[in-house]
Design a binder for this molecule. Sequence first.
Ligand code: ATP
Length: 202
Amino acid sequence: MRFSKLRLTGFKSFVDPTDLIISDGLTGVVGPNGCGKSNLLEALRWVMGENRPTAMRGGGMEDVIFAGASSRPAKNFAEVALHIDNSERLAPAGFNDGDSIEIIRRITRDVGSAYKAAGKDVRARDVQMLFADASTGAHSPALVRQGQISELINAKPKNRRRILEEAAGISGLYARRHEAELKLNGTEANLARVDDVVEQLA
Ligand code: ATP
């Protein structure tokens, strides 16, 4: 999966629509302290489904919306669009209808966030699974934020295993197994109720 463009609108310090073109090869982002380099990485993580405000250096999810500056009022929404090159048709069914796929996440104050993929409304889970199955996503070990290396070194073995699972591309399966277990538990509870009813009727 190759990302070709990231567009930020009202996201943190990027109040006006801003495009980051991701060409073949290495893309470097340079600039003075506080100019928004980390915000770009956070936008990438956010559009892929990050839901922990702490991972976005905020207290709540709405903190990603441009909060205003001396010369500009605050915005009411933030939007990030990620363009994925799908010329090799590697995206799963449902996403696979063009050379390029656009994933959009938008958050509106007091409303919450919503996703679109290839022009259609989709669930957060669908977007998270799309990236998890492609061995990337909000928690991908390829996205290294400040302080993460020392966290990794000091991590407990269970947390370190999660990182290896994400790198191996099986974290999507992990989430599906969890869902299957929940369904199984629900079915077992229903069966127990059926047994009770049958016993009462006998
Ligand atoms: P450094 O090199 O110091 O790590 P950086 O280039 O990575 O800096 P960021 O941390 O990405 O910079 O950007 C920080 C800037 O973003 C700060 O000026 C901060 O005020 C601004 N910022 C963060 N959230 C918002 C928001 N919701 N609204 C407006 N500006 C914001």
